[in-house]
Design a protein around this ligand. Structure first.
Ligand SMILES: [Zn+2]
Length: 203
């Protein structure tokens, strides 16, 4: 395969690394690529406008490090966009989430990192911790995830406690005849229950 890199934004990249040989042709420098290197060829297919290949679960792991290495910012953004969509999936597998946490840290993908922390914070922690790649994350990364989880629980707990206090005040003033001893009336119990269910759904 031969790729014309004259005028292309990633020419410097191709010149540096992705070439096996070169020769001068009409219209600029042409680089012959070794067909034995499918990852480099696929990378170029993701960059070259005429053959713009989709970023998907089959190539993102290989393409993202190359996009970063050769400073192809737009391709790196496309990779992050795909990983964000993947992480937003309703049926996100723990292995994929851990993989994307690792990628977001390694390649400094801020938006992906924030989303991964959100997802990891309400993911089954036993499942996450059963995955070696999760246990291999840095202490700082794991602490960041669990600190976020703790804050979510604290926030939910505060909202429920506030609702209980409000209900107690309201019930003691207006529902005296419906209360069971010092407890809340059925209606106020129901109100507290609704807030609790809503908050627990996010955890
Ligand atoms: Zn009441």
């Amino acid at each position: 395969m031969e790729v014309d890199v004259s005028g292309a934004s990633w020419a410097a990249m191709a010149k540096k690394k992705a070439v096996e040989s070169q020769s001068r042709g009409r219209g600029g420098v042409r680089y012959g690529l070794d067909d034995e290197n499918p990852t480099i060829l696929e990378f170029l297919c993701c960059v070259y406008p005429d053959v713009l290949r989709t970023i998907d679960e089959n190539n993102v792991i290989r393409i993202l490090p190359l996009a970063e290495k050769y400073e192809v910012t737009r391709l790196k953004s496309r990779c992050e966009k795909f990983l964000i969509q993947q992480t937003q999936g309703e049926t996100l597998a723990a292995e994929i989430l851990v993989q994307n946490i690792r990628l977001s840290v390694t390649h400094e993908l801020g938006k992906l990192w924030s989303l991964c922390v959100d997802r990891a914070s309400n993911f089954d922690s036993e499942k996450l911790e059963s995955i070696q790649d999760f246990r291999d994350l840095s202490e700082e990364t794991i602490n960041g995830i669990f600190r976020h989880r703790l804050k979510m629980y604290e926030h939910a707990c505060k909202k429920i406690k506030m609702k209980v206090r409000e209900a107690e005040t309201h019930c003691s003033l207006y529902h005296k005849s419906d209360r069971w001893g010092s407890g809340l009336c059925k209606k106020c119990y129901s109100g507290v229950g609704k807030v609790s269910v809503t908050e627990l759904k996010h955890l």
